[in-house]
Design a protein around this ligand. Structure first.
Ligand SMILES: Cc1ncc(COP(=O)(O)O)c(C=O)c1O
Length: 415
């Protein structure tokens, strides 16, 4: 299996192919490249050769991604009943599925414990009273405890989950909870923690600290309470979003992770999401209006914060490239690419040097494969875009474009 280059930049996407897909499927359009997903999986496997790897499906749950990753042999880490349902529908074996219950709604727990009776999935709990909730549902499947490691990291404070009280059982209370779980007859098989999402080279120290703490915790649980099948130290492996950012050295991350974990009698596991899919996707959007202003040129496009929320929500940088046939011959001007939503936050980039935009131009937005379509919404009654996967010389529709009727079809009030 080819591992491909360490990073795929927006400039490496075939402009003609993307223009053809936009012409056939309209815009805004998410384009996914399953081959790149496979390459990313192969690179992870090469670095973490002995470790258990799961895909955090929240990054992208579309079928081409799930089917591609299932075929590579990774497991599925799911954050909701819906994600479990979709992972199973895509062919993941129950035994390879973990449900990480963050304050799980009753409906989720009902579904997951029902499914667990037939499929041997792992339920990860992050609060002591979750044991009561599982007991009430006669859950006798495999259990994992999520620890709050007291150390967080990530590309933005909103996704640095590690130390936030919302997540996991405080580290110091885990051994007692583990003992209680075993006393009550639960099959304790693992421990889990997650520092946060989008960990860069600078955050590696925090990651190492988390892994070291988990290693220590696991040794104490194994010595005093129960053997463990695995210790999962979460996802969060970052990818470069800017053209001048270097990719992480995966081998170095893997070695640091292993070294920090040390000698523990349980399999080390990771569960990245973004790394598998970020650079395997682009968002295509059309320029519908161009407005020169004293400060900047505003290119009004048909994708906005409802299509890709990361710039508005986290101030995230996404590369933008003009796919106009003569883009290279045009002057470069500071451009603000703005969506159709009535919010100041609804810009994909501000004052970015881009080829002077014209109405009808097609723009590509890079690294849109992770947390792109997945976080899209219907705000302003905007139908969500279509998703197409590259197949051969063309594309295959994976998710059809929503119509307003899909949104209004949920309404029950009429008069
Ligand atoms: C528990 C857990 N695991 C894994 C991930 C995946 O993170 P990333 O996509 O940055 O690898 C997340 C992301 O929020 C998460 O909450």
């Amino acid at each position: 299996m080819t591992t491909g280059p360490a990073v795929r930049r927006l400039s490496a996407w075939d402009a003609e192919l993307l223009r053809g897909l936009a012409a056939e499927y309209d815009t805004p359009l998410y384009v996914l490249d399953p081959e790149r997903v496979r390459e990313n999986a192969a690179r992870l496997r090469a670095a973490f050769d002995a470790e258990e790897i799961s895909y955090a499906v929240k990054a992208n749950t579309t079928r081409p991604v799930l089917a591609t990753l299932r075929a590579t042999g990774v497991g599925a880490e799911c954050a909701s009943a819906g994600e479990v349902e979709r992972a199973l529908a895509a062919g993941f074996a129950g035994e390879d599925v973990r449900y990480t219950a963050v304050n799980p709604p009753e409906r989720d727990l009902n579904y997951v414990t029902d499914v667990a009776a037939d499929h041997d999935l792992v339920v990860t709990v992050g609060a002591a009273d979750a044991l009561d909730r599982l007991d009430e549902r006669d859950f006798d499947g495999r259990l994992c405890i999520r620890a709050n490691p007291g150390v967080g990291a990530g590309h933005h404070e909103k996704v640095a989950t590690g130390a936030a009280p919302k997540f996991g059982v405080p580290m110091g209370r885990v051994p007692d909870l583990a003992a209680e779980a075993v006393d009550r007859g639960f099959q304790l098989v693992g421990l889990h923690a997650h520092a946060g999402s989008g960990i860069s080279g600078e955050d590696l120290e925090a990651h190492r600290e988390l892994v070291a703490r988990m290693g220590e915790l696991a040794r104490s649980v194994i010595a005093d309470v129960s053997s463990l099948g695995f210790v999962n130290v979460g996802g969060g492996i970052g990818v470069p979003y800017r053209a001048d950012e270097d990719p992480l050295d995966l081998d170095a991350v893997a070695t640091a992770t292993r070294d920090a974990f040390g000698d523990v009698d349980a399999r080390l596991g990771i569960e990245p999401g973004r790394y598998f899919v970020a650079d395997a996707g682009v968002l295509l959007t059309q320029v519908n209006t161009v407005k020169p202003t004293p400060e900047t040129t505003v290119a009004g496009v048909d994708a906005g914060m409802t299509t890709l929320v990361r710039p508005a929500m986290y101030g995230s940088y996404h590369a933008v490239r003009s796919l106009a046939g003569d883009a290279d011959e045009r002057e470069t001007v500071p451009t603000t690419v703005a969506g159709p939503i009535c919010e100041t936050a609804d810009v994909l980039c501000e004052d970015r040097p881009l080829s002077d935009p014209e109405r009808g131009d097609l723009l590509a937005v890079g690294n849109a494969g992770a947390y792109g379509y997945e976080m899209s919404s219907n705000y302003n009654s905007r139908p969500r875009p279509a998703v197409v996967a590259i197949e051969g010389e063309g594309g295959r529709l994976a998710v059809r474009r929503e119509a307003v009727a899909d949104i209004t079809g949920l309404e029950t009030w009429s008069e």
